[in-house]
Write a protein that binds this ligand. Structure first.
Ligand code: MN
Length: 416
């Protein structure tokens, strides 16, 4: 008798295969496919050869691992098969399991991952695991590409000139991580911390994160996988938060960690999932923070701020009202850099507890209902209290001749 359910499931599988998505949907819809069937489909898509676990000197181990990875792990989470293979290549690069890396670089290419994307995933490993291992992984990539008659070297993907490494690196690093590392590295002998913090900004974020081939969101998801593989949970926590700020949901990060699981083992994967579980939600402005206006988007001027802030423009500069008004929301501890406005600024405090200070003057504590009149060209900063979310309306005055001039971040010792 024809099993209609089975046929439907198989058709759904083929459909999802063509779209590059994976079999989770089929399974959830009550598919009759068992893990061997799913494994076979996935394996044959990835490796362009018929699935037959009964070969080689250890057919039993191959069957255990293939059914588990391609028949089960591949059905968990919302990742497409390209991302799964990019994650696998990244994790294997970190682990230096080079024969398996060779196989999965081929699999990644077979399912449509671009050579440049694979190279960039491996370049991304350098700041986390150092250059020697990164070079080993690149060696394997280049062997595979040469064997597939892809001409080497691949196109260049650097975007940053020698004198803009710090500035361009900061533009990516600051919105995601603030000045966390610079602050932690203060007070070391001979100021080595200053050098190390500068290397991080210039090399990791300036040389690597600015490159083409992968966007920041993908790089941050892969960074989580790199750290899940190495098991460095302190750095992992910070990168899970950065990954979420870069636009990855908790669900996607969980799926990426599970994709690493069969390659790194349970202790590291469980450790990473524990860290993920304890990280706050997508943004820290929770529903218990009441303010009259919507908090908007992550502040596009974040490079001039410490910590995370949000901006909702209520009125943009135009010829009718000639006015620019925005709602700015600061997470706990977040604040502007020192700066001045050539036409001045008025702040109307709407929620939480905040701080305001003019250069050389006493710190002022701000509460809802307070009005701060900032004269033109007076250097100042404003932001949240260390333990309170904060929001104010910002009114730019004396338009159209009002420019903001941004200066250095407010040092920790000046921020209370
Ligand atoms: Mn201001």
């Amino acid at each position: 008798m024809i099993n209609l359910k089975k046929i439907t499931a198989a058709i759904l599988c083929l459909l999802s295969l063509n779209q590059g998505t994976i079999f989770a949907a089929v399974k959830k819809e009550g598919s009759q496919m068992n893990r061997a069937d799913i494994c076979k489909k996935n394996y044959e898509m990835l490796f362009n050869s018929t699935w037959n676990p009964n070969v080689g000197n250890d057919p039993e181990m191959m069957e255990i691992l293939q059914k588990y990875i391609f028949g089960e792990v591949f059905t968990v989470g919302n990742l497409d098969v390209k991302m799964r293979e990019l994650i696998t290549v990244t994790s294997l690069s970190v682990q230096q399991t080079l024969p398996q890396l060779n196989a999965h670089i081929n699999a990644a290419l077979n399912v449509g991952v671009k050579p440049l994307e694979i190279r960039e995933a491996i370049y991304l490993c350098a700041p986390f695991i150092g250059f020697p291992k990164t070079l080993n992984a690149l060696g394997v990539l280049n062997e595979v590409l040469a064997s597939r008659k892809i001409s080497l070297p691949l196109e260049k993907a650097g975007t940053v000139s020698e004198n803009e490494r710090f500035v361009k690196g900061s533009e990516i690093q600051t919105p995601l991580y603030g000045d966390e590392i610079a602050r932690e590295m203060q007070g070391l002998p001979d100021n080595v911390g200053e050098s190390v913090s500068k290397f991080l900004t210039e090399f990791c974020f300036g040389d690597i994160y600015t490159r083409g081939g992968l966007d920041t969101k993908t790089r941050e998801l892969l960074a989580v996988c790199i750290l899940t593989t190495t098991g460095n949970n302190v750095t992992l926590k910070s990168h899970i938060e950065g990954s979420m700020k870069a636009g990855n949901s908790k669900e996607t990060i969980a799926a990426a960690i599970v994709q690493c699981l069969p390659y790194v083992g349970f202790p590291n994967a469980l450790g990473a999932l524990r860290v993920l579980k304890n990280v706050d939600g997508e943004n820290k402005i929770t529903s218990d923070f009441k303010q009259p206006f919507k908090f908007g988007e992550v502040n596009p001027y974040s490079k001039y701020f410490t910590g995370t802030t949000y901006l909702n423009m209520l009125c943009t500069k135009d010829d009718v009202w000639n006015s620019s008004i925005g709602n700015v929301t600061f997470e706990k501890g977040a604040r502007t850099n020192w700066h001045k406005h050539t036409g001045g600024q008025i702040l109307l405090v709407t929620a939480g507890e905040g701080r305001y200070q003019e250069r050389g003057k006493e710190l002022r504590i701000l509460k809802p209902g307070d009005v701060v009149k900032i004269p033109p060209n007076v250097e100042h900063w404003h932001g949240a209290a260390p333990d309170s979310t904060f929001a104010h309306i910002s009114i730019e005055t004396n338009l159209p001749n009002n420019t903001s001039i941004w200066l250095e971040p407010v040092k920790d010792r000046d921020y209370k």
